[in-house]
Every structure is written in structure tokens, then in C-alpha cells.
Design a protein around this ligand. Structure first.
Ligand code: 5GP
Length: 194
């Protein structure tokens, strides 16, 4: 998605060979117009997949997912990283190791919001080694629901999350695919020739 690639080039900061900072439009301050367009593009990529629910993980997944869910006219559910006092024990849980925070979170989703009939679109802000996305697929599986697709805003294609998810049979769509962050420079993977 060209508009997203442009934002990454102009407003992103390469922190190391492995980490991109985009807190001026996605991870801290949110560029709402860009996120609206990102959400619409994610929805377009999965429009024919009979999605009944969008599932993401708090907090950075929520902004892009909100518009995608709105476009698909389905509810958005976000997994919580800390169990809320108002949550009963009727929850699905999964352990997710965070690439950026280097800690493991037990993510939870109430059983009220996912059921066996659901066809779920998983969305996240970044795809690195796939831990967050795999954690979300485990939640969907616990509900006996179906993962209908995985939508990613920024995929770091030089890490193995994308290939892991595709090898596991999931349909993965990423709006920006980064080939390298070497030498402080962002290089995108060109779109495959159709
Ligand atoms: P994974 O679970 O695929 O290894 O990493 C994805 C998660 O880690 C995302 O939810 C995102 O919050 C965080 N993440 C991974 N790589 C980056 C990065 O380069 N920049 C930022 N801002 N977050 C990242």
C-alpha cells in the first residue's frame, strides 16, 4: 500500500537492523486518516472471505482493526494483555512472547465473544516472528472457530513470522512488506508479479 510505505519512509525511524519505530502514526500518536485507509485496505483484501469477526491484540492492533471491522460490518474483539477484574474465568488464553517488550503476556478473550460459527480475521500492527499472530490463532482454535485470514499492517519479511504462518496454511495479507532495515534504511519487498 503506497500511502503506508510513504508514511514509513517519511515518518518511521529505523532503531536497529530489526526494529522499526512508527510511533508518530501507529504505535503512540495515531494518524487517523491513514488508519482509516489502512483499515479499508485490509477489509478489501478479505471482503470475499465471509468474515464474521475481527480479532486483534491491545493496544496497537486496535486502530487499524477498528476501520477494517467497520468496513466489513462485523464486531471487533481485542485480546487483553492483562486480565481485567470484570472478566470471569470463562476465557480463552494463550501465552505470547513480545518481540519489542521481551516479556511473555498471557492474552485473554472472553468466551462470550468468539464461538464455533465464527470466521475470524486476525489483524495486527506488525508481523515479526509471528508470536502474537500465532497466539491469536490459538485463541480462535480454542473457540472451535475458523481463522479466515491474517491481515498485517507492517510485515518484516526478513523475520520468519510470515513463512511460519503461510506454512501452517493461513492466508496472510500484509500492506507493507519490509525486506530489510539494514544500515538505517527501509527497503520494501516489491509486490510479487501476478
Ligand atoms: P511477533 O509476535 O510477530 O514476533 O511480533 C509482532 C508484535 O511485536 C507486534 O504486535 C508489535 O507490537 C511488535 N513488533 C514487532 N516488531 C516490531 C517493530 O519493528 N516495531 C514495532 N513498533 N513493533 C514491533
Amino acid at each position: 500500500m503506497k500511502e503506508l510505505e510513504k508514511a514509513i519512509m517519511e515518518r518511521g525511524t529505523v532503531l536497529s537492523d530489526g526494529v522499526l519505530k512508527v510511533d508518530s502514526f501507529l504505535n503512540h500518536q495515531i494518524d487517523t486518516q491513514l488508519m482509516i485507509n489502512v483499515g479499508k485496505e485490509l477489509a478489501n483484501r478479505f471482503r470475499d472471505n465471509q468474515i464474521t469477526k475481527v480479532l486483534t491484540i491491545e493496544s496497537s492492533g486496535i486502530a487499524p482493526s477498528f476501520m477494517a471491522a467497520n468496513e466489513l460490518a462485523v464486531p471487533l474483539v481485542f485480546a487483553r494483555k492483562k486480565k481485567s477484574l470484570t472478566m470471569t474465568n470463562d476465557v480463552y488464553t494463550s501465552s505470547v512472547y513480545s518481540f519489542t517488550k521481551q516479556e511473555t503476556n498471557e492474552i485473554t478473550v472472553s468466551k462470550n465473544f468468539l464461538s464455533a460459527e465464527d470466521r475470524v480475521l486476525i489483524i495486527d500492527d506488525f508481523l515479526a516472528n509471528g508470536q502474537a499472530a500465532i497466539g491469536l490463532t490459538k485463541i480462535v482454535e480454542q473457540a472451535d472457530a475458523t481463522v479466515a485470514g491474517i491481515g498485517i499492517v507492517i510485515e518484516k519479511s526478513f523475520q520468519d513470522g510470515s513463512s511460519k504462518l503461510k506454512e501452517a496454511g493461513y492466508l496472510v495479507e500484509s500492506l507493507a512488506r519490509i525486506q530489510s532495515l539494514k544500515n538505517g534504511k527501509v527497503t520494501f519487498l516489491s509486490d510479487p508479479i501476478l
